[in-house]
Design a protein around this ligand. Structure first.
Ligand code: OSB
Ligand code: MG
Length: 385
């Protein structure tokens, strides 16, 4: 890692409220007014970086929430890193894991912010620091549960017209085969189509899920519960469609277990879910060695979290389109400039001509949207040693 050690002088936690243009419904819950936890990190030299904690308001996707992350950050995680000499971003995760189980999204918010601080300090783009090789990344859309098969088919048709290179449909036991059939019929045989169940099924549903094999899906994402690696392997044996794991893969070890057991053939990597970029990169490498493609998932991030996802998705084994929709799909106005856009071919450009995230945070807008904030400083901040 280039340069001198990192030392965090100050971190501000902020909760903002950013309304989604449209309610986003998945099998386990829904989101409408996004509560977003942002971190502003400052090092000893006054270099700053923004990061985003990707938890939601409710613990439906994972046990963490905005409120648990705020608590974990202020009480246990920030005290482990503030004011310490840290060799580089690779070293952050071990400090955060020392005596603290779980809380991967809270940890990732610090860890990823430290990657950006290191990129800013070195004067290079974040994508370069993490080892990205792509100049643009293919983009897919994740469409929430809809009221009827025709309503879903219409959304899917619009997404293809917009240029998206993959269409992912949320499914649930009440809304699956008929919905997927309507979309496949509307889009024709060639559009890359996937489904995501967010853990809504059990192994008892294997015969039912096998009906989805008729639609030539590129994957079925997370059909069973997060801990069900063995059951996913049993299910995969009964399906022609590749299983992709999201909630189940929480660290490099669970990715190795998935591959050893045959629990799936594709990995969704969300850096927040796996505790940050160090783990995300390790999972990328493990999958690459196994010949298993990965893609970058999304958590309805603001433009700040999206910058990290775009940087990560520029790594070479991110072969499938990521859930990296442009800002305008989610928000009336994002909190970064320029906003994230997608070209007519369905690619998002990786910013490679400026240091760090490649976008500016609209601090005035963030201030207006802020519901609470709290600043934590190192005891020795500013004192030369
Ligand atoms: O399972 O991938 C998921 C959003 C919130 C929680 C879980 C998931 C999702 C998405 C959104 O699919 C994808 C996006 O950010 O566009
Ligand atoms: Mg998912």
């Amino acid at each position: 890692m280039p340069g001198s050690p990192l030392r965090l002088a100050e971190v501000t936690l902020r909760e903002i409220e950013l309304p989604l243009k449209e309610r986003f419904v998945i099998s386990s819950g829904w989101m409408e007014n996004r509560r977003i936890l942002l971190l502003e990190l400052r090092d000893d030299n006054g270099v700053t970086a923004w990061s985003e904690c990707v938890c939601s308001d409710l613990p439906n996707y994972s046990p963490e929430t905005v409120d648990t992350a705020w608590l974990a950050l202020r009480r246990w995680l920030l005290p482990r890193v503030l004011g310490r000499d840290i060799d580089g971003p690779e070293a952050v995760k071990d400090l955060l894991d020392d005596g603290v189980q779980g809380h991967p999204m809270a940890k990732a918010a610090i860890e990823m912010g430290m990657w950006d601080l290191a990129a800013e300090a070195a004067g290079i783009p974040l994508s370069r620091l993490v080892g990205g090789t792509r100049g643009r990344v293919p983009t897919g859309i994740s469409i929430g549960l809809q009221a009827s098969p025709p309503a879903l088919a219409e959304k899917a048709r619009q997404a293809v017209a917009d240029g998206y290179r993959k269409v992912k449909l949320k499914i649930s036991p009440e809304r699956d085969v008929d919905y997927v059939a309507a979309v496949r019929e509307a889009l024709g045989p060639d559009t890359p189509l996937a489904v995501d169940a967010n853990a809504a099924y059990t192994l008892e549903d294997a015969d039912h899920l096998a009906r989805l094999d008729a639609f030539d899906l590129i994957m079925i994402e997370q059909p069973l519960a997060a801990g069900d690696l063995v059951r996913h392997a049993q299910l995969q044996e009964r399906l022609a469609t590749p299983v992709c794991l999201d909630e189940s893969v929480v660290d490099p070890a669970t990715c190795e277990d998935m591959l050893a057991l045959g629990s799936g053939r594709i990995v969704n990597i969300k850096p927040g879910r796996v505790g940050g970029f160090r783990n995300a990169r390790r999972i990328h490498d493990i999958a690459q060695r196994a010949g298993v493609p990965v893609w970058c998932g999304g958590m309805l991030e603001s433009g700040i979290g999206r910058a990290y996802n775009v940087a990560l998705a520029s790594l070479p084994n991110f072969e499938l389109p990521g859930d990296l929709s442009p800002s305008a799909r989610y928000w009336t106005q994002d909190i970064v400039t320029p906003e994230w856009t997608m070209d007519a071919d369905g690619f998002v450009t990786v910013p490679r001509d400026r240091p760090g995230l490649g976008v500016d945070v609209d601090t005035e807008r963030v201030e207006t949207l802020t519901r609470r904030s709290e600043t934590f400083a190192a005891a020795t901040a500013g004192v030369p040693s």
